[in-house]
Design a protein around this ligand. Structure first.
Ligand SMILES: Cc1ncc(COP(=O)(O)O)c(C=O)c1O
Length: 483
């Protein structure tokens, strides 16, 4: 039997998932699947990021990357923390403004329509531009609609570093870091309409050296901007601080080794149809690259930010955080996944358990692979099993989880998951820690199947209560005292 991958569950999420009655009640009331979010935990995670800023004596703003979750409750609770928000569409911008964010705490990123640019400019959000064409389009809108001067950040990409051979991957977003002359010319032209705040990057990688090279590259570009007579005030290092999903590193290592063995045919498959997650067997040799999220990470979240800021610049032999401080730049971050660590879970009801004599046990759940994006986002972990009534006999069961679409490809995950016992119809399978991207990023209505309802859970009177996500506001369940 393959190794289990036990999820890391702690604090409030642990306590909530122990409230089995509440979980069954929510699924009974709303149908399966149900997403649960924990707004209180988001506030806790924001504090951890702030502590890192404080330890490095840095000022600036934490802009939560909204795209990681659509929940109203999370965004409204975030508004109450004083943190900022990174919105990546017109809809997200409207949502943030309606949730209580003043425009000074909003950063508009992502591909931008004219309508999105107009609302961002009209509401005085910071616009993080991806290209020179976007910069020109924004300036034209400001002129045509007689809007106040807009604060802009310029996103860069394609960094090379001095002293090492670290290069950042190719990105379709951002102005080439090595070709900023055209940027300075454009900012000169639009000086009366655009207020240049600084430069930004976002790299979709967990690699620290690549991020350190990008931050160092940004600092060099900011020096160049000063020489050109501009007065930059901030550097934005994007998101990608990451989450560690698994409780134990050794389980992750064991499973990765088992997958390699299975692809080579040296052991029974650990995935549906021998899927290799990027690995393949070429005449007895492993080829390709494992394309899954590193589900166990020794360094993630606020600790990753801390390590990045402590990393020495290759050119200056000083910590990058110290260089940011020396220049009196504000540090902007855009964490999505990391701020949602332990902020939610997805509940799926078991519909059917069967084995058609092919040797594989299939567990069909009321939900599908667009409701829970573990496989799409490459996150490997076992769900927790919460029985309905008396649990069946204990004993590990390796099973495949299938969804409610009549599509061959609709598996919740192609990995064979390990459960403590065989589930029964009516039991719940709970994927923990799904708030970052795994919960509702690609939820849809294929086959007219209902998509998950989201509820917000909060502590009240020593226990847990819940309400529909859209009904949650930061005053929910809290009584203000008069003195
Ligand atoms: C521009 C930008 N900022 C921030 C993020 C958030 O990244 P993460 O959730 O990995 O922190 C993303 C994610 O795609 C992004 O594109």
């Amino acid at each position: 039997m393959a190794s289990s991958l036990q999820p890391r569950v702690d604090g409030d999420l642990r306590s909530l998932l122990d409230d089995v009655g509440l979980l069954h009640q929510a699924v009974d009331a709303l149908g399966s699947p149900v997403n649960v979010v924990l707004p209180g935990r988001l506030a806790h995670n924001v504090r951890q990021f702030r502590d890192v800023y404080r330890d490095h004596h840095l000022s600036g703003e934490i802009y939560f990357a909204h795209k990681a979750n659509r929940s109203h409750a999370l965004v409204r609770e975030l508004a109450a923390t004083g943190a900022g928000i990174d919105v990546a569409s017109l809809g997200e911008l409207q949502h943030a403004l309606g949730a209580g964010f003043g425009p000074e705490r909003v950063m508009a990123t992502g591909p931008k329509s004219r309508e999105y640019l107009w609302l961002a400019a009209r509401s005085a959000a910071i616009v993080n531009v991806d290209s020179l064409a976007e910069l020109d389009a924004l300036a034209a809108i400001v002129t045509a609609h007689d809007l106040p001067r807009v604060r802009v950040m310029a996103r860069l990409s394609g960094f090379t570093s001095t002293g090492t051979n670290v290069m950042s991957r190719v990105s379709r977003f951002g102005i080439p870091a090595g070709g900023t002359a055209a940027l300075w010319d454009a900012l000169d032209r639009h000086r009366s309409r655009l207020d240049f705040l600084g430069v930004a990057y976002h790299l979709d990688t967990v690699g620290l050296p690549e991020k350190a090279a990008a931050l160092e590259g940004c600092l060099q570009v900011l020096d160049e901007a000063v020489r050109r007579g501009l007065r930059p005030r901030a550097v934005d290092i994007g998101g990608g601080f990451g989450v560690s999903y698994l409780a134990e590193e050794r389980q992750w290592e064991a499973w990765s080794t088992e997958l390699t063995g299975a692809v080579l045919g040296r052991r029974p498959p650990v995935t549906w149809n021998g899927h290799g997650y990027g690995l393949r067997n070429e005449a007895g040799t492993i080829r390709g690259a494992l394309s899954v999220y590193p589900a166990h990470r020794a360094l993630a979240g606020a600790a990753y930010l801390d390590r990045l800021l402590r990393t020495e610049s290759t050119a200056h032999r000083r910590a990058l955080g110290t260089l940011v401080l020396d220049h009196l730049y504000d540090l902007y971050t855009e964490p999505g996944r990391a701020l949602l660590d332990q902020c939610g879970a997805t509940l799926l009801r078991v519909e059917q358990v069967h084995d058609e004599g092919r040797g594989d046990t299939l567990v069909r759940v009321a939900g599908n692979s667009s409701d829970i994006g573990v496989d799409q986002h490459g996150v490997q972990m076992d769900p927790l099993l919460i029985s309905h009534g008396e649990p069946g006999p204990e004993g590990p069961a390796g099973v495949y989880l299938t969804g409610n679409l009549c599509l061959e490809a609709d598996l919740i995950t192609r990995r064979k998951v390990l459960l403590p016992r065989l589930p029964r119809p009516g039991d719940l399978l709970v994927f923990a820690n799904t708030a970052g991207y795994l919960m509702d990023f690609s939820a849809g209505h294929a086959l007219m199947q209902p998509s998950a309802r989201t509820i917000a859970a909060f502590r009240s009177g020593g226990g847990w209560r819940w309400c529909l996500d859209e009904r949650y506001w930061p005053v929910t369940g809290r009584e203000e005292s008069n003195g």
